[in-house]
Each structure stands twice: as C-alpha cells, then as structure tokens.
Ligand binder design. Structure first.
Ligand code: SF4
Length: 337
C-alpha cells in the first residue's frame, strides 16, 4: 500500500470530529485556519463559535470595525491576524462580491493568507492538489525521512512542499492534508510520539535509528528580550480612569492600554511620580505581573493613583469592557470592575 492510501485508511478510522470539518464553506474554513494558527484546538473551538456567531458571513465581517473585531479576538494573541482578516473581508466584498474565493491563486494574494492557509482552503473546498506544510507535517516527515534541514527556513518549507506533492498523489487532497495534520498532532507528537503503535514505524528512518527526538532540526534558541512596561492607572473617587490606543507597529497594535511609561529596567514608584502629568492624591496600590510573548518577556507594573478630578478624556471603569485590551491588562481590569 502506498503512503497516501495508508495514511487515508488511518485517517478514516481516527479522524477528529471538529466543527470546521462539517463544512466546505471557504469562509468558515478560513476562519478556523486563522484562529488555529498559534492556538490549541480546544481554545480555538470556543473562538470559532464566538466568531461565527458575531460574523456569520463575509459581509458582516467586512462591515465591522477594528475595536469590535479585536474585542472578539481578545485573549487569542497575535492580533495582526484579526486585522488582516478585516482587510481580507473588505477585499472579498469588493473584488469577489462577497463570495469567498477557494482557489489557491486567488487566496494567496489576500492579506494574512500564506501558502499553508491557501493550501488548506483550496484543497478542502476546491479539491486542489496543494499539500500543506505546517509544524505537524514538518515534524512527521522530517522524522519519517530523517531530513537534515533546519526547519523555519523558506528553503526547508519548499523542500517539504515538494515532498508533499510527491506523497499526495492519488489521494483526495483535502482528506490527505487533514490526515497529515492529524497524524502529526496525535501520533507523531513533539515529545511523546506513539512510535510503538505507528503504522509507519517499519519505514520510519528516525525510529529505526533511534533518533526520533533529534528531529525536526531546530534553529538555536532565540534570545528573549526583557521589556519593562509601567502603567499609570489613575482612578477618580467616582471611578473614572484614562486609557489610550496603541498605535505603534510593535506588539498589541490597535489594542488599548493605560498610559504607559516604558523603561529599560524596573523602576521605583518615586521615579514614576516624577514623570506624572497629573496631580494625584495618593499612590493607592502597585500590582505586578509578567507576560511571555514569543520573543519578549514583559515585566508589567500597574501603578495605581487616586486623583481628585476627571479630565476630559476620562471614562468610567465600568465602560472599560467595551474596549479591546491585551490579556495581561484585561486580567488586571477584571479585578477593578
Ligand atoms: S515511528 Fe514514530 S517518529 Fe516515525 S513517523 Fe511514526 S510516530 Fe513519527
């Protein structure tokens, strides 16, 4: 039996019942694929339902605004994904008259859609022969064939894409791709792979040379940068405060935060007080938390000040839940409201 037949047989008896597998609507498949980038399936499911309830079709999404969309996305991270979805929805509405495209060549030109997403959608919804290459597929194939290429490079992805083209032959492309992803995530797992029960163990080069854990070959670890974010949280006696929208192109673009003073190291409350642009009655509390991003460790401190009068740009604490915030700030706010 050839590779694809063996894999599809396995898939037919082991496939996971996931909500986006009950549809071939490219809009819904696209929503699921974007949510699942960097997100675990269980968490992704909740967001998938929530997203489709709010935006059941491309027109409802195209007509939303950044704030409403980011509110739905709150807690998922990698917020540029959501902003790119809005841009894509607006293009689809204009250029494709609200019909979400399903061909690889049309999809690949849309914001936030790369080879992986275009391959997934076009194979599932349009039966196009486009093998997907994601982390699960890379791990599985690099072990099976003992591929000594460092992952995370464009050259390596191209290599695996070509290998995928050779393997996908004769199979239904959508099933093949979903089977590859399922196999990588449930059998050929990152740490405890189920080699003993694996249908490919006789052919697997890494297994037969006792080197499974050496694959895939990874780049040296990236140095994590420490950042110190000091938030000035001013609160009036009638519970009003001040927030700002992040406009820079770094992390959390377009989300909201309290007025920020970023420093190179941890800073004392005295130094924060010297930088204040508002009269305050007292420093009422200091709360600290840490938040890890892929390349940064954020040391976050909330300096809470009681002030006497609200300025023009103050809003009530109760209305904060209308704005999208990054997760660590949202956690802080949940203790305030
Ligand atoms: S034998 Fe182990 S390493 Fe090889 S493909 Fe199967 S699960 Fe992956």
């Amino acid at each position: 039996m050839n590779f694809s037949n063996k894999l599809i047989n396995w898939y037919n008896s082991n496939k996971r019942d996931l909500p986006w597998r009950r549809t071939k609507d490219p809009y819904k498949i696209w929503v699921s694929e974007i949510i699942l980038q960097q997100t675990r399936i269980e968490q992704g499911k909740k967001y998938y339902y929530k997203f489709l309830k709010k935006y059941p079709d491309i027109t409802s999404l195209a007509n939303t605004n950044n704030n409403e969309l980011l509110k739905i996305w709150e807690g998922l991270g990698y917020y540029s994904r959501a902003l790119n979805m809005l841009k894509t929805a607006q293009i689809v509405l204009e250029k494709y008259h609200a019909i979400f495209p399903s061909s690889y060549n049309e999809l690949i030109d849309l914001p936030g859609i790369g080879d992986y997403t275009a391959s997934a959608i076009s194979s599932i919804c349009n039966n196009e022969v486009q093998p997907v290459v994601d982390g699960n597929v890379l791990r599985f194939l690099s072990r099976l064939y003992k591929v000594d290429l460092v992952i995370d490079s464009a050259k390596t992805k191209k290599y695996f894409k070509n290998l995928g083209f050779q393997l996908i032959k004769d199979a239904n492309p959508g099933d093949f791709n979903q089977a590859m992803m399922d196999f990588g995530s449930t059998v050929c797992k990152p740490r405890k792979s189920d080699c003993f029960d694996c249908i490919f163990s006789t052919d697997c080069k890494a297994y037969n040379t006792d080197s499974v854990m050496l694959y895939p070959i990874k780049k040296k670890k990236i140095k994590i940068k420490d950042r110190y974010l000091n938030y000035v949280v001013v609160i009036t006696k009638d519970r009003k405060t001040r927030i700002k929208k992040r406009n820079d192109s770094g992390i959390w673009k377009n989300l909201y935060e309290f007025p920020l003073i970023e420093t190179k190291t941890e800073i004392s409350s005295d130094k924060i007080i010297n930088k204040l642009d508002i009269n305050f009655l007292k420093l009422s509390d200091i709360k600290k938390t840490k938040h890890k991003l892929s390349h940064q460790l954020l040391h976050i401190t909330f300096f809470m000040f009681t002030v006497s009068d609200a300025l023009d740009d103050f809003i009530s604490i109760e209305s904060l839940n209308k704005y999208p915030f990054p997760k660590p700030i949202n956690n802080f706010i949940s203790e305030l409201v």
